[in-house]
Design a protein around this ligand. Structure first.
Ligand code: HEC
Length: 159
């Protein structure tokens, strides 16, 4: 076996080792940092969802803005599984995430799935330029937000 063949064979292993290392860093993210990141993610999700509401109520909706926001909402629905690492609950600093997120993982996963199942329909409606479909799928996605908040988020006076 010549040297270049050995290098070719070795390369995938390097990648696997590198990926494992990156994973270890992510898992090591300090709980307070994870809480801050989660807060930022939800804040952005809230802004994107508001933008969809505003556009869908407008007489002349701006579809590029609508599509950008629907894409952000959809991306969040795909990414949300990484926002709740163990140890980032109310036992560590300030968060509105209730302990139930971690003590009822099956129910929490179901709440996440409701969101993940409805967000692609909103995105498809926005991309198709179909404002009626945007309005109705906005309503369905909105119910999935509320469904999760009702059980897994600390209530606020202004909710
Ligand atoms: C599977 C559960 C779940 C789903 C689905 C969900 N949320 Fe949340 N959301 C939470 C939890 C838990 C928090 C509290 C996070 C924290 O404080 O660490 C939160 C916090 C928020 C916040 C507050 C952010 C801030 O600035 O403090 C906003 C806004 C928000 N969510 C909007 C939405 C919108 C809009 C949707 C749907 C498009 C949605 N959420 C879907 C669980 C969920």
């Amino acid at each position: 076996m010549n040297a270049s063949r050995i290098r070719r064979l070795a390369r995938p292993w390097l990648l696997i080792v590198a990926a494992g290392y990156a994973g270890a860093i992510a898992a090591d993210t300090a709980p307070t940092e994870a809480q801050k990141l989660r807060h930022d993610h939800f804040h952005q999700l809230g802004e994107a969802f508001k933008a969809i509401r505003d556009q869908s109520r407008s007489k002349s909706p701006a579809f590029p803005a609508l599509q950008k926001a629907a894409q952000a909402v959809n991306d969040a629905s795909v990414d949300q599984g990484r926002w709740f690492p163990k140890g980032s609950g109310p036992e560590t600093g300030k968060t509105r995430a209730l302990a139930e997120v971690w003590t009822k993982p099956v129910d929490f996963a179901a709440a996440q799935k409701l969101f993940a199942d409805s967000a692609p329909q909103l995105l498809a409606a926005a991309n198709a330029g179909d404002i009626e479909a945007v309005r109705s799928s906005y309503g369905t996605v909105g119910k999935s937000c509320k469904n999760c908040h009702d059980t897994f988020r600390q209530p606020n006076d202004d909710d």
